[in-house]
Design a binder for this molecule. Structure first.
Ligand code: ATR
Length: 281
């Protein structure tokens, strides 16, 4: 049987760990799989995806900055993708694409099962309102966090994210200039791509208390500035997005192949390679 054809689309995507993760899952489950990284600028995404489908592509991951564009071109979407307005997983079905979003489930798996964090009642600050932020906000709310404050440079995007949650008493939009007045948070999630785009705004250490968990959705070098700030502020936990990456990949793999791979081995291997860059306290 010829291997099923999969890919991750992104811009940039060359350093994506997804091909390596899916190859490990395929070896573990005995599923024949071809998985490549396809670099594509946003304006060329639709055409590139169409040629991938024409060449037999049956499933794809989508990473930044294409998650909202992917949502827009799906014939069908899951409820969680619709809540996020963003898609990270494409499944070929009936000659079109069905879109899903496994980012939120992946984050919860990592924070709950691997890091042992109980998210319930946590007063939460979400930095960013792009595709990554939209993917995780509904899952965090479903996991029982307390109030959620969303801050983004482009405040209209923060407002749109907040409105989409439809919980006005619980989810609020704020400005970076409000940060010093907001007090302590129990959970702070960096969902911006600031480390790759000129650097994050200065964050006051007054945001962090003795029990605060700080989570960066990125991994490797992109996670260093925010997690260095978290450690300098004596955060209780400083967690990068490597575990989420592996867990969202496992959720995508299950959607495509009907079997959820075991993730601890792959996570440990990647963590070993990235040990100097990413440590969870
Ligand atoms: P992703 O899929 O990673 O979310 P995205 O949709 O392009 O990619 O969103 C990037 C996020 O990082 C946005 O919230 C963006 O803020 P704006 O909407 O105001 O552009 C945020 N971001 C990027 N660079 C930033 C920086 N230097 N400082 C603060 N936020 C930044």
């Amino acid at each position: 049987m010829s291997p099923s054809r999969h890919a991750v689309f992104g811009h940039p995507v060359a350093h994506s760990l997804s091909p390596r993760i899916h190859a490990a899952f395929a070896a573990q489950t005995g599923i024949a799989l071809q998985y490549e990284a396809i670099e594509v600028a946003p304006e060329a995404f639709t055409a590139s995806l169409a040629s991938f489908a024409a060449a037999g592509g049956s499933g794809a991951n989508v990473t930044l900055p294409l998650k909202e564009a992917a949502f827009a071109l799906c014939a069908d979407t899951s409820a969680r993708a619709r809540r996020a307005g963003a898609v990270n997983t494409l499944i070929r079905e009936n000659g079109g694409w069905r879109g899903d979003n496994t980012d939120g489930a992946g984050l919860l798996r990592d924070l709950g099962d691997r890091q042992g964090l109980d998210l319930r009642e946590r007063r939460t600050l979400l930095l960013g309102a792009g595709g990554a932020a939209r993917g995780v906000a509904p899952a965090l709310l479903d996991a029982g966090i307390g109030e959620l404050f969303v801050i983004n440079r482009d405040s209209a995007r923060a407002d749109a994210l907040v409105d989409a949650q439809e919980q006005p008493g619980r989810v609020h939009s704020r400005y970076y200039t409000d940060l010093t007045a907001l007090g302590e948070f129990d959970l702070i999630v960096n969902a911006t791509s600031a480390a790759r785009n000129g650097g994050l705004q200065k964050l006051p250490m007054s945001l962090v208390g003795a029990r605060t968990a700080c989570v960066d959705l990125s991994y490797g070098e992109a996670s260093i500035p925010f997690l260095a700030w978290a450690r300098a502020a004596s955060a209780h936990d400083a967690v990068d997005g490597l575990g989420m990456l592996v867990e969202q990949a496992a959720e995508s793999f299950a959607l495509w192949h009907g079997v959820r791979p075991e993730t601890d081995g792959v996570y440990a291997e990647l963590r070993g390679r990235n040990a100097a860059l990413v440590t969870a306290d």
